[in-house]
Design a binder for this molecule. Structure first.
Ligand code: PNS
Length: 159
């Protein structure tokens, strides 16, 4: 595919599922903007800046990928960057229901098209919410997040 795309998400924290999707989307689009949402209605474990830093560190050396933060509507970020294409991952039917609705909404309100990529089956059970819960109770995380992210989680939850 030619051009650019935006891969938006909460990334609280980034998981191997996100990183796999980003690597694969970067293979499809010469420019990929990973956009971290600062959603005031969701209480995040990590600040937007911390999530941007975690992703930037993990994506160091992945050609064509940049990480940014955004507030507000995704379609407004698309307009601001002049990138009318969004990439999202699909883990299962639950994601499909949500993503189809979001894709149709973003097309309606912002003329933004969404490309849905099937997640790697080996990663399709991963969820940031599970990761946060496992971390809170001190469980194993090496299957879900890179060591740097695991260290940040342990540090955050030590208090
Ligand atoms: O990782 P997530 O939490 O599943 O990502 C959801 C995200 C950030 C992509 C979605 O909530 C979003 O696009 N938020 C920005 C606000 C917006 O545009 N809302 C209208 C969606 S149809």
């Amino acid at each position: 595919m030619s051009g650019a795309a935006i891969y938006p998400g909460s990334f609280d924290p980034p998981t191997f599922g996100h990183l796999d999707l980003i690597a694969r989307a970067a293979g499809l689009f010469p420019r990929l903007v990973v956009a971290v949402v600062g959603n005031p209605s969701k209480r995040a474990l990590f600040s937007v800046e911390e999530r941007v830093d975690l992703l930037t560190a993990e994506l160091d050396g992945v050609a064509g990928v940049e990480v940014t933060a955004f507030d507000g509507l995704l379609v407004d970020l698309c307009a601001q960057l002049g990138i009318p294409t969004v990439v999202k991952g699909l883990r299962d039917g639950g994601d499909l229901d949500v993503e189809l609705r979001m894709a149709r909404t973003n097309r309606e309100i912002g003329d933004v098209e969404t490309v849905l990529l099937a997640s790697d089956p080996a990663r399709s059970h991963l969820a940031s919410s599970f990761v946060r819960e496992i971390a809170r109770f001190g469980g194993r995380l090496d299957h879900a997040v890179p060591p740097r992210v695991e260290a940040a989680l342990r540090e955050r939850l030590r208090a």
